[in-house]
Design a protein around this ligand. Sequence first.
Ligand SMILES: Nc1ncnc2c1ncn2[C@@H]1O[C@H](COP(=O)(O)OP(=O)(O)O)[C@@H](O)[C@H]1O
Ligand SMILES: [Mg+2]
Length: 281
Amino acid sequence: MKIKFEKICYHYLQNLPYQKEILKDISLEISRGEFVALIGPTGSGKTTLLQHFTGLLKPTSGKIYIDDRDIWQKAYPLAALRKKIGLVFQFPESQLFEGSVFDDVAFGPRALKLKHGEVEQRVEQALRLVGLNVDIIAARSPHDLSEGEKRRVAIAGVLAMAPDMLILDEPTAGLDPTGKKLVINMLEKLNREGVTILFVSHNMDLVLQLAQRVLVLSEGTIIFDGTRDSILSNQDLLTEVHLEFPRISSVARSLYRQKIIADWKIYTISQLKSAIRSGRV
Ligand SMILES: Nc1ncnc2c1ncn2[C@@H]1O[C@H](COP(=O)(O)OP(=O)(O)O)[C@@H](O)[C@H]1O
Ligand SMILES: [Mg+2]
């Protein structure tokens, strides 16, 4: 799946005297298998931008192509697109509504009119992907689960549609460290299996640990689009948009300056540990 945004502009309150431009001239491309983070201050337009990927919002101007087809052309099957791109809203657990975990995760596959056996298989597989055991959890009420479990069940509901791409709005917000870790592991695993991932996060440690590419949105404009290495060389840019420099990278940078480690481009604790162990070159 290939995604191309061409000069996307968007404002709410169309045709009213007061118009606020939320997205300004956004152009970007995302290829199959990429792992991309979207960062930016609150109110910069991240959630609004995500809603354009599945046609939940229609750009005021500009074009969106998915696999080279303009998604706003009349004949374009938007319903089919929403099966290929799974969108996980912020706090998706608020949308759990069925009486059992099984029924909740099965909601999408049932709507696809899959056969019973296939629905079961999809549910089991999706729960496994989020680290939950179908035998233990399927019959439970979603409302009795921990916050982290609820989040994972809600994500499983999206995964049960077997999307090619997963888009998540602040997937670890409000979770405890264990819940965060499980979501992180799940995203890594999905991406290894070929799922394209785009996620929004305020947690720079998480962004750098996961994403190979980072997009920075500021006041509706993409002011940076590059690799995680290049964002580390742009500390001023992070300061400008009020984002923290990742903690691990700042420790790594100071160890590098003291010639204790040989490379400062470090994104995870385990990388830092092995850099310290191998010492300077
Ligand atoms: N439904 C809406 N109607 C009008 N303005 C909105 C609506 N949703 C968001 N906005 C405004 O759009 C801007 C961007 O919001 P949003 O996309 O939610 O930003 P972010 O996710 O980066 O915090 C904000 O100024 C917000 O107030
Ligand atoms: Mg948001």
